[in-house]
Write a protein that binds this ligand. Structure first.
Ligand code: 5AD
Ligand code: SF4
Length: 440
């Protein structure tokens, strides 16, 4: 059958969709070139905020109305459980995040409606199906996501992820290394290791047969040895995992990129405590200082929530000043959205919609100015950039990223190809983009 997958949400969902694509192709199905052409449409859903869930469910409804065989997979399915079919009575199948390996069987049997919820500890099959996708050329051939830690045990008050993605499970290091070796042989130059809180790798279950040092830094060191692999990134991180050993990896392994996405969520100690984040503002700042001390250009990006229940003007001000002190290279700002069953859902959502919007705009404007200032300081420097492809806005230009994950764009002179690492002399800076010339 001809199928198409629409993906909402985070990188983990992107990776899961790729695995499903690979599994379906292996089962003899064909990827449709466009929606009109598809018989089966699968929607991979997110539920981290109410709006994200509504988008995915709405899309599934449209596809049902268009007469497709429709499957909903991912986080929203696990949250809604049996109610998924109340929301979408004509849906054909629904599959929780860790159950995506069952989709080929569901399509073979066609016993609709079908619901696969699994349990919180189940380990999905088909995790390493992605190399085939690369071979089929349906994914940028030089970069790849690799899921290393499933689920989350952090239990932040506002977050639904632990409910929908289950308990933490670290894939055995052997399995991860084999997968990355395979990707590297197929021409992948950059991997991004994924986990909701990836620095907790190897904590709940053992990742290595023997215990020598911290599991995640050790994984980074081992992956650094893989021939052909040029860059290693990972996301997302929690400040607690920012240990001396991790800092040492950054210093000693040049393949490990100097960028850390370290969600701070709030700059107010009171709010951080309520959220159950287990660090203070000062501890957060100390964690990033360790990185910027040895490399002032080390890129730090973050997530922030505005309008958490009870967030006062003073709390918000503390978030503002923390962001300035931290000097973030980029920041994603989210308006608090109560999620059913989380601890904070029991609290009154008392910051008005208008005030959340205002705080959001204030932080975005601050970040715009800060991004400009940080990028201005890079004018005249030479960045090592991996070529990713033509720039989206201007096809005569090439685009890629430096070690700090900064987007760099330059005029294509025909000398660089996708996957090459080239030197770009920066001549122009914008809040989220650097422009330069290739250095011969
Ligand atoms: N409301 C708003 N933002 C949220 N996030 C997680 N849960 C919520 C919620 N209930 C944000 C956090 C997290 C990012 C992926 O989404 O900032 O880091
Ligand atoms: Fe949510 Fe991230 Fe906290 Fe996990 S670590 S509960 S994903 S905010």
């Amino acid at each position: 059958m001809k199928f198409l997958i629409h993906t909402y949400g985070c990188q983990m969902n992107v990776r899961d969709s790729e695995a499903v694509e690979a599994l379906l192709i292996a089962a003899g199905h064909e990827k449709a070139a466009e929606e009109n052409d598809a018989e089966v449409v699968i929607i991979n859903s997110c539920t981290v905020r109410q709006k994200a869930e509504e988008k995915a469910v709405g899309k599934a409804g449209n596809m049902i109305a268009a007469g497709k065989i429709v499957g909903l997979m991912g986080c929203a399915v696990k949250r809604m459980g049996k109610d998924t079919f109340k929301r979408l009575p004509k849906l054909h199948f629904a599959v929780a995040p860790r159950m995506f390996g069952t989709i080929p069987k569901i399509l073979a049997e066609k016993k609709f409606p079908c619901l696969e919820l699994g349990d919180d500890g189940v380990v999905p099959t088909g995790m390493d199906a992605h190399p085939d996708i690369t071979r089929n050329g349906t994914f940028a051939a030089v970069q790849s996501y690799v899921t290393v830690l499933l689920g989350c045990d952090n239990r932040c008050s506002y977050c639904i992820v632990p409910d929908v993605r289950g308990h933490e499970y670290s894939r055995p290091a052997k399995e991860v290394i084999a997968e990355v070796e395979c990707l590297a042989k197929r021409g992948v130059k950059e991997v991004c290791l994924l986990g909701q809180s990836v620095l907790r790798y190897g904590i709940r279950n053992k990742a290595w047969d023997d215990e020598k040092g911290e599991a995640f830094p050790r994984l980074l060191r081992e992956l650094s040895k893989i021939e052909g692999l040029e860059r290693i990134r990972f996301t997302s991180a929690h400040p607690k995992g920012c240990t001396g050993e991790l800092v040492d990896v950054y210093k000693t392994c040049p393949k490990v990129c100097r960028h850390l996405h370290l969600p701070v969520q709030s700059g107010s100690d009171r709010v951080l405590k309520e959220m159950g984040r287990h660090y203070t503002r000062a501890e957060y700042l100390a964690a990033i200082k360790k990185l910027r001390d040895f490399d002032p250009e080390f890129a730090i990006t973050t997530d922030v929530i505005v309008g958490y229940p009870g967030e006062t003007a003073q709390d918000f001000e503390e978030t503002r000043t923390l962001m300035e002190e931290a000097g973030f290279d980029n920041a994603f700002v989210f308006k608090y959205s109560p999620r059913p069953g989380t601890r904070s859902a029991a609290l009154e959502d008392d910051v008005t919609k208008e005030e959340k919007e205002r705080r959001d705009q204030v932080l975005l404007a601050d970040q715009e100015a800060r991004g400009q200032k940080r990028n201005d300081a890079l004018i005249g420097t030479t960045r090592e950039v991996m070529v990713e492809g033509p720039s989206k806005r201007n096809k005569s230009r090439l685009s890629g990223r430096d070690s700090g994950n900064r987007i760099v764009v330059w005029e294509d002179d025909g000398t660089a190809k996708i996957g090459d690492i080239v030197k770009i002399l920066i001549s122009e800076a914008h809040p989220q983009i650097l422009i330069g010339e290739i250095v011969k």
